[in-house]
Design a protein around this ligand. Structure first.
Ligand SMILES: Cc1cc2nc3c(=O)[nH]c(=O)nc-3n(C[C@H](O)[C@H](O)[C@H](O)COP(=O)(O)OP(=O)(O)OC[C@H]3O[C@@H](n4cnc5c(N)ncnc54)[C@H](O)[C@@H]3O)c2cc1C
Length: 395
C-alpha cells in the first residue's frame, strides 16, 4: 500500500455530485445502503449549467433506446419531484410550460410540419399556431410573419434548485456522507474494484463504486478498463437576461428557434438563452463567439430582448458519447463497479430513471427496461455519428 491509508469501509462510494451522482446516492441511502459521495466541485459541472427541460427537445432525431430511457425516466419524474421536495424542503420549480417551435422562414415550414406529424404518431399532442395565437401565448416571440408548432406538455425545472434539493435530501440520511475531494484513481485487486484513491493520497474502500463523474468519467475509468471510456466534454454556453420589463418576458413556453437556439423564460423575469456545442476539452469558459452566436439567434426569436440587461453567462460540460447514448451498467468481469455517465444533453430528464436503474443493478434486481443499449462495454461505432448528433440538436 502506498500513501496515507484511512481504514474507512463503506458499502458504496459514488464519484460525482452532479444530478446523476446525487440522485443515485440519495436513492441508495433511501434503501438503507451506507453511501459516501465524493465530489470535486470542478468548474463546468453540467447539471448546474443545464436549462432544465425535462423532455427530449428533438425526439424525432433521438435513437429508439434514448427515447425508451427518456420514457422510463419521464414516468418517474412526478413522484420523484414530489418526494424530493417533501424530504428536502426545497422547491425545484418543476412546472409544465409547453414548447413553441418557431417558424420564420419558408424553408423550415416543412420540417416543423413533419415534426408535428412525428409527435402525433408518437402520441404527443401538438398544433400549428398562427401569428395571432403566438402573440397571445408568447408575446416575447410575437411577429406577424410567423407560425409555430405548439406542444402543450413540456415540463421544466430550475437545475440549481434540483441540486440544492438533492444535496439536502442526501445530507438528511444518517447513512450518507459527502466528501469534497477529487478522486485520482480507482483501487483494484484482480477483477474487483475495491474503492478509490483521492488525489491527496487518502484511500476509501467500499463494496461497490459508482462512477457518475459526468464528462470526467472517461479519464477515471481508463486504467481499470484498459482503454478510455469514450466520454467527451461538449461545452454549452448559456446567457441570462433580465427581461422583467420586456413584454412577455416573464413565464410562458420554452421557445425553440430555427437555428436550435432556445429561450427559457423563467417566472421571475429572467430569460435563459442557449446554447452552443463546442468540442474544446475541459475548458468551461464563456467566449465572445459563443455568446454572439446565442444572442444573435435569441434576438431573431425575440427582438424585444435587445434592451434586456445581460446579468450572467456560464458554460457547462455535457458528457457526450460517440453514439449519443449514456453508459449505465457494469463491466463484465469487473466486480464492484457500476458506471452511470454520458447523459449528454438529457441528463436532467434521465436522472430519476438512471438512479432507479443503478439501485436495481446494485441490489441484483431486474429493471423494467432492456439495458443492453446502455452497456458501458458496447463497441464504439466505427463511423461515429457523434459530430452529426452533437451539432444537429439543441440543448
Ligand atoms: C447548457 C446546457 C443545457 C442543458 N440543458 C439540459 C436540459 O434542458 N435538460 C436535460 O435533461 N439536460 C440538459 N443538459 C444536460 C445535463 O445537464 C447533463 O446531461 C447532466 O447534468 C449530466 O449530469 P452528471 O451528474 O452526469 O454530470 P455533471 O453534472 O457534470 O456532474 C459531474 C460531477 O462529477 C464531479 N467529478 C468529476 N470528476 C471527479 C473526480 N475525479 N472526483 C470527484 N468528483 C468528480 C464534478 O465535480 C461534477 O460535480 C444541459 C447541459 C448543458 C451544459
Amino acid at each position: 500500500m502506498d500513501g496515507s491509508v484511512t481504514a474507512m469501509t463503506t458499502e458504496v462510494i459514488v464519484v460525482g455530485g452532479g444530478a446523476i451522482g446525487l440522485a443515485i446516492a440519495d436513492r441508495l441511502a433511501e434503501r438503507g445502503d451506507r453511501v459516501v459521495l465524493v465530489d470535486a466541485q470542478l468548474p463546468g459541472q453540467a447539471s448546474w449549467a443545464g436549462s432544465g427541460a425535462l423532455a427530449l427537445i428533438m425526439p424525432q432525431l433521438a435513437s429508439p433506446p434514448l427515447r425508451e430511457l427518456a420514457r422510463h425516466s419521464s414516468k418517474r419524474w412526478p413522484d420523484f419531484a414530489a418526494d424530493l421536495q417533501e424530504r428536502s424542503g426545497v422547491g425545484i420549480e418543476r412546472r409544465n410550460t409547453g414548447l413553441l417551435r418557431l417558424v420564420y422562414s419558408p424553408s423550415t415550414q416543412d420540417s416543423v410540419r413533419s415534426t408535428g406529424e412525428w409527435l402525433t404518431a408518437a402520441g404527443v399532442p401538438s398544433e400549428l399556431l398562427d401569428a395571432s395565437q403566438i402573440a397571445a401565448l408568447a408575446p416575447l416571440a410575437a411577429d406577424p410573419a410567423r407560425t409555430a408548432l405548439y406542444q402543450a406538455e413540456l415540463w421544466q425545472l430550475r437545475p440549481p434548485r434540483l441540486l440544492r434539493a438533492l444535496q439536502a435530501a442526501l445530507s438528511a440520511h444518517s447513512s450518507a456522507t459527502v466528501r469534497r475531494a477529487r478522486v485520482g484513481a480507482l483501487l483494484q485487486t484482480a477483477s474487483r474494484v475495491r474503492g478509490v484513491r483521492l488525489i491527496c493520497g487518502e484511500k476509501l474502500y467500499a463494496d461497490e463504486v459508482v462512477i457518475a463523474a459526468g464528462a470526467w468519467s472517461g479519464e477515471l475509468l481508463a486504467a481499470v478498463l484498459g482503454r478510455p471510456l469514450p466520454v467527451r466534454p461538449v461545452k454549452g454556453e448559456v446567457v441570462c437576461l433580465d427581461a422583467a420589463d420586456v413584454p412577455g418576458g416573464t413565464g410562458g413556453p420554452l421557445l425553440l428557434g430555427e437555428t436550435n437556439i432556445y429561450l427559457v423564460p423563467r417566472s421571475d423575469g429572467r430569460v435563459l438563452a442557449g446554447s452552443t456545442f463546442d468540442d474544446v476539452g475541459f475548458s468551461a469558459r464563456t467566449t465572445a463567439a459563443g455568446l454572439q452566436h446565442i444572442l444573435r439567434g435569441a434576438l431573431v426569436m425575440a427582438p424585444g430582448l435587445a434592451d434586456a440587461s445581460m446579468t450572467a453567462a456560464w458554460a457547462g460540460l455535457r458528457p457526450g458519447t460517440p453514439d449519443g447514448l449514456p453508459y449505465v451498467g457494469r463491466i463484465p468481469g469487473l466486480d464492484g463497479l457500476i458506471i452511470a455517465t454520458g447523459h449528454f444533453r438529457d441528463g436532467l430528464l434521465l436522472t430519476p430513471g438512471t438512479a432507479d436503474i443503478v439501485a436495481s443493478i446494485l441490489h441484483g434486481e431486474t429493471v423494467g427496461i432492456d439495458l443492453c443499449a446502455y452497456r458501458p462495454d458496447r463497441p464504439v461505432p466505427r463511423d461515429s455519428t457523434v459530430d452529426a448528433i452533437w451539432h444537429s440538436r439543441s440543448g
